[in-house]
Design a protein around this ligand. Structure first.
Ligand SMILES: *Cc1c(COP(=O)(O)O)cnc(C)c1O
Length: 455
């Protein structure tokens, strides 16, 4: 075969529905609890924050949910995204494995995040909302929502974790180019932000703090709603276009994955590529091994506890049952900014409890090494988060080599690294430290988990 094979799909094969894995699970997800009463929330509790259509998707058990035509119209700009066979990487590894990757870096924002940003902006616009607030860590989500806000004519205000705000001026410039406002968090604009600044004037911020700020602003203004870029069921749902397309593209290649690999921060790109395949397995089809790769510095799936916890540091959000390191956990400033969340999507967490997925923690230096190997063979420079999926894939390909078995591996290359060059500079100059936590440190972070009778 030639070195690189690209599988494109005709536009007419763009999925018409999102896939909801809840319909195929052996048991339903645990209820979401109100932060004050600790009782299950009703749709009316979520209405200050989200439009009705998204709340319905959040609690839906329907297997398929139609993608509105105006959303598909925007998707068509870069979807279906290409699936590649990584022939040069295979040869460099001298592996009998067949490696495919789905490349989400072709979107205007350079990652998978516009798949949900566009859908969320559409439903908010339909509901008459004027303004969206959100948080962003590394800046990918903020820029994806800024892009979607520009498309549908919504104002967007982004609370960006201060350490990233200072380290990544280009992401802020990108958000502003699309017309969004970007504020360093903690800010003096909210009670949550002022409270943190009073106690820690030099706070560098965290995703949990920025979520508190964005939620507070949305809850206080009828024309403003809140938007989240990962973790929630409806976000994972929107990302399933990735896996559905990959399935059709692999059909063109007359192949099917034995192993699927994705990186996990909040779990959305991982869910996007894997859920359609896991669902097919639950309905009697082949069952690939599915591997979630996370950083050793923020190991929610491999070392967190499966428990009810808050989504934010200020404890304004509902409680969800998930793998968590504790909502007060502030991960060290390592560079895979998008993987720095203390929790994990409840659906991904449930799948791990059900034994439907595996998880593994990887050090950042081994991930950057894998990313460089990928760039030198396949050409694309992955985002630091995506390097975790590349690293997990290379490990599996080398295992195939050791065992002399030619398995098919599919992974999601969820974004390019063009805005993360400082991280690559730091890696090359040997400045990146590898973190691992001992049990005592983890126990301390988990000691503050809320007490929930239902457990
Ligand atoms: C945001 C982001 C992630 C982490 O979020 P998930 O919800 O786990 O996908 C990973 N990779 C990239 C490129 C991102 O932008």
């Amino acid at each position: 075969m030639s070195d690189t094979v690209k599988y494109l799909l005709d536009e007419t094969r763009l999925p018409k529905d999102w896939y909801n894995i809840v319909a195929d699970l052996p048991r339903p997800p645990e209820p979401v609890l109100h932060p004050g009463t600790l009782q299950p929330v009703g749709p009316q509790d979520l209405e200050p924050l989200f439009p009705t259509a998204l709340i319905q998707q959040e609690v839906s058990a329907e297997r398929t949910i139609e993608i509105p035509e105006p959303v598909r119209e925007v998707y068509r700009q870069w979807r279906p995204s290409p699936l590649y066979r990584a022939g040069r990487l295979e040869r460099a590894l001298d592996t009998p494995a067949r490696i495919y990757y789905k490349y989400e870096g072709v979107s205007p924002a350079g990652s998978h995040k516009p798949n949900t940003a566009v859908a969320q902006a559409f439903y908010n616009k339909e509901a008459g909302v004027k303004r969206l607030t959100t948080e962003t860590g590394a800046g990918q989500w903020g820029s994806a929502l800024a892009f979607a806000g520009a498309v549908f004519g919504l104002d967007v205000r982004v609370f960006m974790v201060k350490v990233s705000f200072e380290q990544k001026p280009y992401r802020k410039a990108l958000m502003e180019a699309w017309g969004a406002e970007c504020v360093a968090s903690p800010s003096t604009e909210t009670n949550a932000g002022r409270h943190i600044l009073a106690e820690h004037p030099n706070s560098l911020g965290s995703l949990g703090i920025a979520i508190s700020e964005a939620v507070e602003v949305a809850a206080q203004d009828a024309d403003t709603k809140y938007s989240l870029g990962s973790v929630l069921n409806h976000v994972l749902l929107h990302q399933t276009v990735i896996g559905q397309e990959a399935m059709a593209q692999l059909e063109m290649a007359d192949d099917y994955p034995d192993i699927i690999v994705g990186c996990t921060g909040g779990g959305s790109n991982f869910a996007g590529i894997t859920f359609p395949f896991i669902g097919a397995g639950l309905r009697g089809g082949p069952k690939p091994r599915v591997i979630a790769c996370e950083p050793t510095a923020c190991p929610s799936l491999t070392r967190g506890r499966y428990a009810y916890d808050f989504g934010d540091t200020g404890h304004l959000t509902p409680l969800v049952k998930m793998h968590t390191l504790g909502s007060t956990f502030v991960p060290p400033g390592f560079h895979a900014g998008g993987l720095r969340y203390h929790g994990m999507a409840p659906l991904v967490s449930l799948l791990q409890e059900l034994g439907l997925i595996e998880s593994r923690a990887l050090t950042q230096n081994s991930c950057f090494e894998a990313g460089i190997k990928f760039a030198r063979t396949e050409g694309v420079l992955p985002a630091p988060e995506a390097n975790h999926a590349v690293c997990g894939t290379i490990d599996e390909a080398l295992r195939c080599k050791a065992e002399g078995i030619g398995r098919t591996i599919l992974f999601n290359l969820c974004g390019h690294g063009h805005f993360d060059m400082q991280a690559y500079i730091d890696y090359r100059s040997g400045k990146l430290a590898d973190y691992a936590y001992d049990e005592a440190e983890l126990r301390a972070a988990l000691a503050g988990l809320p007490k929930v009778a239902a457990e």
